[in-house]
Design a binder for this molecule. Structure first.
Ligand code: MTE
Ligand code: LUZ
Ligand code: MOS
Length: 765
């Protein structure tokens, strides 16, 4: 059944953060009142992309009034290391610098302005070394961050031999800056017994705790990480928040004072990694019926100067290399290339979008060459149940065709096609383009080990409830969802449940808030904890009321009810407390059924997949190369959404963020590895005016998955990939003006590229 989300807002639509956000009461790290004696950190970073440090003089900075300490790599008591997957990234440069923005020295001062001024007194000299910024060049020179990866299925050679049509080419996608509203930062506070509490703007409290412990040479139990919420992360704070928190903790360790460091926007843009730019080769083979029989891809990931999360991101590129299509013969290879840029990191979709873009280019190429619309090829190859992915998992509860067909019908594609054709016939210098973008995204951390979570629940003696989980709220609404889960379990109103901060002393060994799996993992752990308490309460009710069985006891609307008997929740809790019943519980969850063998690249890594189909319609001004998106219409598989308001926000935000990546967000570096788009004045992200004039989000009510929390499927990342449709809609509008347009497959599709394309000549091939 298809319903319009915009119209059905009644129940299950709660965002506990909205009132705080709109009244400005939301508290971020920088809003915490500073303790007296707080020191302010600043990092002095490398101004060259590769070189030896031949001279480093900190004496003038150290002598400046108000400067408390100038910290170099020699002051680090533990390991000078922040690498997460691979230990290849120093906290402070030790003789060598590998990218512009690499920290060399930390200054601690009594005021931020003093620290800032002291930066200018640091004297450093470099002996420059060769700089690599291009991943293909890095690959050629053997400069890799880790081992290449390879997935394969079927017999690619045989398949290409038999294929009727074969098309080959290159497809490159650009990077993307996270532009979370709250920049990276942390605040470290000394506690009893030399322990350090760190308030961090991170998606990964445990990663921060582990990284600090290693750098300080202390145990994890000496470091407490607390996260109230973060002002956006989008993957940028999955691993990269650890560095700034470690600087603060190191400062506190060395001075015994509170230390705060909030990056300004310029520092953040310069020093932190972004979505990986990719360069890729594709080769696609089709049979006479336009079935894709073979797909080969080589992906050169621009990883930057250290591994960070690149190996994991790289793997997800392969997982999503065939998007929502069934391809029986697949051979995909990915190379994590080491370049002299800031280490790139997680970004919504985590390598998946980069992989999906390439097969969409291959299909577009084939369609153009064969003179058929791309959506014809897309449609013919959509996944169906039990189709196998190259990584061995078979598709279950497949909604690829369902969302596609519903989209075609609901949005009357036949009519749209006619309208666009008529418009293009009638207008010489204004052309419309349409593109379909189906998505299929796997839910679970691809590293099976990470798919677990815990939650702590306290029912206080007055009946109110406090919950803690490992989930970090970063705007995606996971807090609201956690509160809903607990309220539902206990039959309480959502305002009777309070969500505590995410704290490593209450919930330990957490996986980061990432992979769109946070609500599933933490929600299930939370259910487990609530259930444990309910078991104890049921036992008590049975005894108190002299019942034969516990089966008929319900918790509902603030009451405990059994047949005709009922009692207020608060009274029951007070009784339980007086009878010394344990009113606290710790829940645990680890996703069942998933496994993956990295060595052979086969297994069942995902709990389930999320599907959807979007249709983009745009109008290009063929004199100027400017454009408008008339509308984006999509059908998304939410399972049974537990919070339509929050989920709609994720679809809209993800979609527009994906469109930005594909069109206007132009991340540029020069040959010396210098970030040219280094401010929000020369790096543009979508604003409200960029949002398509018409945006229809319809939801496909499906039975969901038992592995999704309350059968409400994960929604954080998948919608970003709809944005890829924006690229092809614009491309198609250009082709409507100039059918011979020569536009390389290279995102973003900037207005410059559109204009060049409109007036380009046929490629000689
Ligand atoms: N939405 C907002 N508003 N802010 C964010 O930082 N991050 C996205 C997505 N939606 C993000 C967001 C990313 S990258 C992920 S992985 C998911 O939220 C994580 O949250 P979830 O697992 O609860 O979906
Ligand atoms: N992070 C991670 C992720 O560590 N593993 C993943 O599979 C993943 N997927 C999406 C986003 N972040
Ligand atoms: Mo999202 S890229 O998993 O933080």
């Amino acid at each position: 059944m298809v319903k319009n989300l915009n119209k059905t807002k009644k129940d299950k639509s709660l965002n506990i953060d909205s009132p705080l956000h709109v009244t400005g009461r939301t508290k971020y790290v920088d809003d915490i009142p500073e303790l007296s004696g707080t020191l302010f950190a600043k990092v002095f970073y490398s101004s060259i992309a590769h070189g030896k440090i031949t001279r480093l003089d900190i004496s003038k900075a150290a002598a400046m009034e108000g400067v408390v300490k100038v910290v170099t790599c020699e002051d680090i008591p533990g390991e000078n290391q922040v690498g997460g997957i691979i230990a290849d990234e120093p906290l402070l440069a030790d003789g060598l610098v590998d990218f512009i923005g690499q920290p060399i020295v930390m200054i601690l001062a009594t005021e931020e302005i003093i620290a800032r001024k002291a930066l200018k007194l640091i004297e450093v000299k470099f002996k420059p070394l060769k700089v690599i910024v291009d991943p293909r060049e890095a690959h050629k020179k053997g400069s890799l961050l880790s081992d290449p990866r390879h997935f394969q299925m079927g017999d690619i050679k045989k398949a290409f031999k038999k294929a009727k049509y074969i098309f080959e080419g290159e497809a490159d996608s650009g990077g993307q800056e996270h532009v979370y509203l709250e920049p990276q930062g942390a605040y470290a506070i000394p506690k009893n017994n030399d322990c350090i509490q760190v308030i961090s703007s991170t998606q990964g409290p445990t990663a921060v705790q582990r990284t600090i412990a290693r750098a300080l040479g202390v145990s994890m139990n000496e470091i407490e990480v607390d996260v109230n919420r973060i002002g956006g992360g989008f993957g940028g704070k999955e691993d990269q928040a650890s560095m700034w928190a470690t600087f603060c903790a190191l400062g506190t360790y060395l001075t015994k004072k509170p230390v705060k460091y909030i990056l300004d926007r310029h520092e953040d843009l310069q020093m932190t990694g972004k979505r990986h730019p990719y360069r890729s080769d594709y080769k696609i083979g089709l049979d006479k019926d336009l079935k894709i029989v073979a797909f080969e891809g080589n992906y050169f990931q621009n990883g930057g100067a250290a591994a960070d999360l690149s190996p994991a991101v790289l793997e997800r590129t392969l997982f999503h290399a065939t998007n929502s299509y069934y391809v029986p013969n697949v051979d995909v290879n990915a190379y994590p290339c080491r370049t002299n840029l800031h280490p790139h990191t997680a970004f919504r979709g985590f390598g998946g979008p980069q992989g999906m873009f390439v097969i969409e280019c291959a299909i577009h190429h084939a369609a153009r060459a064969l003179g058929v619309p791309a959506n014809k090829i897309q449609e013919k190859n959509l996944l169906i149940n039990n189709n196998e992915f190259s990584y061995g998992q078979k598709v279950q509860d497949c909604e690829a065709k369902n969302t596609w067909n519903q989209a075609k019908k609901k949005f009357d594609f036949a009519k749209l096609k006619k309208e666009v054709a008529a418009y293009n016939k009638a207008n010489k210098y204004s052309k419309k383009g349409i593109a379909f973008m189906p998505i299929c995204f796997g839910i679970s951390f691809t590293n099976t080990m990470m798919n677990n979570a815990r939650a702590l629940v306290h029912v206080y003696s007055d009946g109110s409830v406090g919950i803690s989980t490992g989930a970090v709220e970063m705007g995606q609404g996971v807090s609201s969802k956690m509160i809903q889960v607990a309220a539902l379990c206990f039959g309480l109103k959502t305002d009777e449940v309070r969500l505590e901060t995410t704290n490593t002393t209450r919930v330990a060994n957490t996986s980061p808030t990432a992979a769109s799996a946070t609500a599933d993992l933490n929600g299930k752990a939370l259910q487990d904890a609530c259930d444990q308490i309910l078991v104890r309460l049921r036992k008590l009710v049975k005894k108190e009321w002299g019942l034969k069985s516990k089966d008929q006891i319900h918790f509902q609307d603030g009451w405990v009810i059994c047949n005709r008997k009922k009692m207020k929740w608060n009274e029951l809790i007070l009784t339980a407390f007086q009878q010394r019943v344990n009113l606290s519980a710790k829940g645990h969850y680890s996703t069942p059924k998933i496994h993956f063998d990295k060595k052979i690249g086969k297994g069942h890594p995902f709990a389930y997949h999320v599907f959807g189909t979007s249709i983009f319609t745009c109008t290009v001004d063929c004199i100027r190369g400017t454009y408008d998106f008339d509308k984006v219409q999509l059908i998304h598989d939410f399972g049974t959404s537990m919070n339509k308001l929050v989920d709609l926000g994720q679809i809209e935000g993800g979609l527009v963020q994906g469109m930005g990546w594909m069109t206007i967000e132009n991340l540029l570096y020069d040959e010396e590895g210098r970030l040219k788009s280094n401010s929000l004045a020369n790096y543009k992200i979508p604003d409200i005016h960029y949002v398509p004039k018409k945006l229809d989000v319809e939801y496909l009510d499906t039975k969901g998955s038992d592995l999704a929390i309350l059968k409400s499927k994960a929604v954080g990342e998948p919608p970003l990939m709809y944005g890829i449709g924006a690229y092809f809609a614009l491309y198609n509008a250009v082709l409507a003006y100039n059918k011979d347009a020569n536009i390389p497959y290279e995102s973003p599709m900037t207005t410059e590229k559109i204009l060049m394309g409109l007036y380009s000549k046929k490629a000689n091939s």
